[in-house]
Design a protein around this ligand. Structure first.
Ligand SMILES: Cc1ncc(COP(=O)(O)O)c(C=O)c1O
Length: 249
């Protein structure tokens, strides 16, 4: 398999938010300067060739009607989580399909919450959480991450507990690894958070979309692996969109 990480692709005219849409009006780019698309997280190199090959092969059968994922789909997910994250006991019944992680977040919160409920989230917060939750009638309560003596961003458990109690919180979003601060949470950090959520019966939607993209030396720990209670308290969201750069697809 040959990967191409060096060719600079011209993405202009392909409807890419990263190059064709600056999210602020009337921005003038001075001559000699170019824009750096820090408003969207996709990549400027090609995806692995086997993916377009499989897409092209499938599209040759020109019927694109309603579908039901087949057994291989579930097996691929189960194997992926087993080999990469050491997850055991994952079953087909525990896996659902959604068109995107934010759609999955909304679906999960619509089950766990009533409209108007408050949802705990760490700040800084990925803007997709803010928009999708507020547009669906939920209110976000922010608990600021705090830098420790070494400058590492940590959860502020005291603040989380205070807000869970005061704001009557029963659902939270956990972003793991965390966007935008880039932390791959350590085991003890997740354990402490899940203990708190268990204590106050808070359900968790754990967005693990970034979990395949960790730097050497770091290991992603799925939230559901923290304890037996975490396993039943967590809806975990994963996607191939970051891992293989397929968001637009
Ligand atoms: C933390 C996080 N969750 C979700 C998404 C978007 O996921 P999707 O396009 O599958 O809805 C992003 C995209 O940047 C993200 O950073």
């Amino acid at each position: 398999m040959k990967y191409d990480f060096t060719t600079i692709m011209d993405r202009s005219g392909m409807d890419a938010i990263a190059v064709d849409k600056i999210p602020y009006e009337n921005v003038q780019v001075e001559e000699g300067f170019s824009t750096i698309p820090m408003w969207v997280a996709d990549m400027n190199f090609q995806t692995v060739p086997t993916i377009p090959e499989a897409m092209i092969e499938r599209t040759k059968h020109a019927a694109y009607g309603y579908f039901e994922p087949r057994k291989e789909y579930y097996d691929a997910i189960i194997n992926w989580h087993q080999t990469r994250n050491g997850v055991t006991g994952l079953t087909e019944e525990a896996i659902g399909y959604e068109n995107g992680v934010l759609g999955g977040l909304v679906s999960a919160m619509n089950v766990l919450c009533s409209k108007g409920d408050k949802i705990l989230v760490h700040a800084p917060t990925y803007i997709g959480f803010t928009h999708s939750m507020e547009n669906n009638g939920y209110h976000l309560i922010h608990s600021d991450l705090k830098q420790d003596e070494a400058g590492i961003w940590r959860m502020d458990y005291e603040d989380m507990e205070k807000k869970i109690k005061e704001e009557h919180i029963h659902a939270a979003i956990l972003c793991s690894p965390h966007n935008p601060c880039g932390r791959v949470w350590e085991h003890w950090e997740l354990e402490k958070a899940m203990e708190l959520y268990q204590k106050y019966d808070v359900y968790i939607v754990s967005d693990e979309i970034w979990s395949d993209l960790t730097l050497t030396g770091y290991r992603h720990i799925p939230t559901q692996m923290i304890s037996e209670d975490a396993r039943i308290r967590t809806v975990a969201l994963y996607a191939p969109s970051k891992t293989f750069n397929l968001a637009g697809w």
